[in-house]
Unconditional design. Structure first.
Length: 255
């Protein structure tokens, strides 16, 4: 597995009920994508006032993977850097990959006199293949981390971000899209001297990423198709870029 191994994150789009005033689109999905979907929905409403966009409770990444597998149609629409965030009590601003391995393997538990509290996702979560794909050493370190006692366990993307923001010394993996779209108060860590960004992801100097999909039923209704077209438009691409994502263009909805 390479650092470019893709983790599938889904955003589910469904048509809601039609009232005398408006049609509606229901959106749910993984936490890394949903903040930007809320912003996209607000922008979409300005040019489509007859369509309501309702954001539903977020599902975990593993639930999103199941949704992709069960979906009748999917459209790959964006990529975002997979990043590491630190609580404000940790003074680190950058790590080498070797230093990251040491943190996960339990060989580096302190930083400037502060205890590092590692935040981990469940074994089936889509973060795990990204972490293990970074290097053979990181793969082994993740296995060790999963067996360590005292780690912070987080079920969803938002659980991770909440822990990193609020627990002194917390450190873990998240996505640039979540941090920027939700204005999260955590420090993004550079790796091997490279700061994660849309630009460094595009030129491959920062090689760790996740991919987002929109998933629909087969032959989605007109409001859903209009929203998909908006996400893939220049206006949608600009919103994605502002929130830490690079647009991916595909022709039509995949079967």
């Amino acid at each position: 597995m390479t650092p470019w191994a893709v983790a599938v994150l889904a955003v589910l789009l469904a048509s809601g009920t039609r009232s005398a005033l408006a049609e509606s689109i229901r959106i749910s999905g993984t936490g890394g994508a949903i903040g930007t979907m809320r912003i996209l929905g607000e922008a979409f409403r300005k040019t489509n006032p007859g369509i309501r966009v309702n954001i539903l409770p977020v599902m975990g990444s593993s639930g999103s993977v199941k949704a992709v597998l069960a979906g009748a149609g999917e459209t790959r629409y964006a990529r975002t850097p997979f990043v590491f965030g630190a609580n404000g009590t940790l003074k680190m601003t950058g790590l080498t990959l070797g230093g990251l391995v040491e943190i996960y393997a339990g060989k580096r538990d302190w930083e400037s006199g502060k205890r590092i509290r590692l935040v981990l996702r469940p074994p089936e979560d889509s973060d795990i293949p990204v972490l293990k794909g970074m290097s053979p050493g990181m793969s082994a370190a993740v296995d060790i981390a999963m067996r360590r006692k005292g780690m912070i366990r987080a079920t969803t993307d938002h659980d991770v971000a909440d822990a990193i923001e609020n627990v002194p010394g917390a450190f873990g993996g998240t996505t640039l899209s979540l941090v920027l779209s939700e204005k999260r108060a955590l420090r993004i860590i550079s790796l091997d001297g490279i700061a994660p960004s849309v630009r460094t992801m595009a030129d491959r100097s920062y090689p760790y990423r996740k991919t987002f999909f929109m998933v629909t039923k087969k032959n989605p209704p007109a409001p859903v198709r209009r929203f998909i077209d908006f996400v893939r438009s220049p206006a949608g691409s600009a919103i994605l870029a502002k929130n830490g994502q690079s647009a991916v263009r595909e022709e039509g909805i995949l079967p």
